[in-house]
Design a protein around this ligand. Structure first.
Ligand SMILES: [Zn+2]
Length: 400
């Protein structure tokens, strides 16, 4: 049977007093998720493997059935795949932020959210001046870029710059975790300091400063990794072809390694104003010719990070009415049965504004199956579902 996963990023939450002790998912009006839960089977899934941080890349790889300790290589390699860079054996990829420093202080991780156009010029300039046979920079999006080091040793202690705003940067520079990685750490720290020397007076930065904006006056590489040993989903589950629809680089990169076709949808922004209807239509179109579709919607995670409860409820209701409804109603007209799963990747509770590793609720609807007793889709209703807590590839194998 063909199948589609509809993933609401960060949709799960905790009970909130202002909602009478309900979670946003309990409080929101979600007739279509509830109908699918009523007709389908439900449970919870542990999406964050022990010892891993609850990042979206970790949780989404787990939803697709990947064993994190075996395949996880950090964000850099996923973003590399997303911008079309095919990482070779022997190459190390790192996320390379363009950051803003002020004196010895790391002012922010994003250079005031520099535009991709400006950043692209700086990345080209960095390649001209600091690039070599071993060192190459690639343009990504806004402040998020890629650094590839041939023969780099990934056993490095790096600091994500968004974790340390307004800290002195020097004590946070890269340290080797083993003596063999000393050479790579030295090379990278040298690149950081040289980038500061040459970026300071670049015309792009002069213009930004004159306009009262933060200059992008340092690189900050982190999250080193090698090409992940990910088998494709076709190899793992035996289907012919699949597609991923997401506005988020990391998820698109996972899709590349998973052997899925990555589709662009006009107006898919990763924010509240995303084109829900367009994504739903693209998913339906893909299902006509694909065995598997992964539809990822980011908006509820952003609302959770902002701690905005009303907005989070709205994003959940939008997902229900403007994506799930369209998919459900259209699939009713098809002769061919299609299995539908709905779940978040991890909770992003509004109260703490960051991800947690609490197991998430899921539902699986397959035409003709015997439903369990659950008639609503939320964190607590599914406790009475058919499944307890699924781990590793148990969820995806139930679906496919
Ligand atoms: Zn996420």
């Amino acid at each position: 049977m063909k199948s589609i996963i509809i993933l609401g990023d960060g949709m799960a939450d905790e009970p909130i007093e202002a909602l009478g002790g309900k979670t946003p998912l309990q409080y929101a009006e979600t007739p279509y998720m509830d109908k699918l839960a009523e007709l389908g089977v439900t449970g919870r899934m542990k999406t964050v493997a022990d010892g891993f941080h609850p990042g979206s890349e970790v949780a989404n790889m787990a939803v697709l059935g990947y064993d994190l300790p075996t395949v996880y290589e950090g964000r850099g390699v996923l973003e590399a795949a997303s911008i079309g860079y095919d990482l070779k054996p022997g190459e190390m990829a790192m996320r390379c932020n363009l950051i803003c420093i002020e004196g010895d202080i790391l002012k922010n991780h994003s250079s005031g959210h520099i535009t991709t156009e400006e950043a692209d010029e700086l990345i080209h300039f960095l390649n001209e001046r600091l690039g070599s046979e071993r060192v190459h920079f690639y343009t990504g999006v806004s402040y998020r870029h890629l650094l590839v080091i041939k023969g780099g040793d990934k056993r490095l202690d790096c600091t994500p710059p968004h974790d340390v705003p307004l800290h002195p940067f020097r004590p946070l520079m890269i340290k080797p975790e083993v003596p063999e990685a000393q050479e790579t750490a030295d090379l990278l720290n040298d690149l950081i300091l040289k980038s500061q020397e040459i970026l300071m007076s670049h015309p792009i930065n002069r213009k930004r400063i004159a306009a009262g904006k933060d200059p992008a006056n340092s690189i900050w590489p982190w999250s080193p990794g090698y090409r992940p040993a990910m088998r494709t989903m076709q190899e793992m589950y035996g289907f012919k072809n699949g597609t991923v629809i997401s506005a988020v680089d990391l998820i698109r990169g996972i899709g590349v390694y998973a052997g899925l076709k990555v589709i662009d949808v006009e107006g898919a922004t990763g924010l509240y104003n995303t084109n829900y209807e367009g994504k739903a239509q693209a998913a339906l179109e893909a299902l006509k010719t694909n065995d598997f579709v992964y539809l990822h919607v980011e908006a509820s995670d952003e609302a959770g990070h902002e701690g905005d409860v009303a907005l989070k409820i709205k994003t959940i209701e939008n997902l229900d009415k403007r994506a799930i409804r369209i998919i459900w109603e259209e699939l009713q007209k098809w002769d061919e049965p299609v299995a539908i799963a709905v779940l978040p990747d991890h909770p992003t509770p509004c109260a703490i504004r960051t991800h947690t590793n609490t197991p998430v609720p899921f539902l699986i609807y397959k035409p003709g199956q015997t439903p369990d007793a659950v008639t609503r889709f939320d964190e607590f209703s599914v406790l009475n579902g058919k499944y307890g807590i699924l781990e590793k590839d148990e969820f995806i194998k139930e679906l496919i």
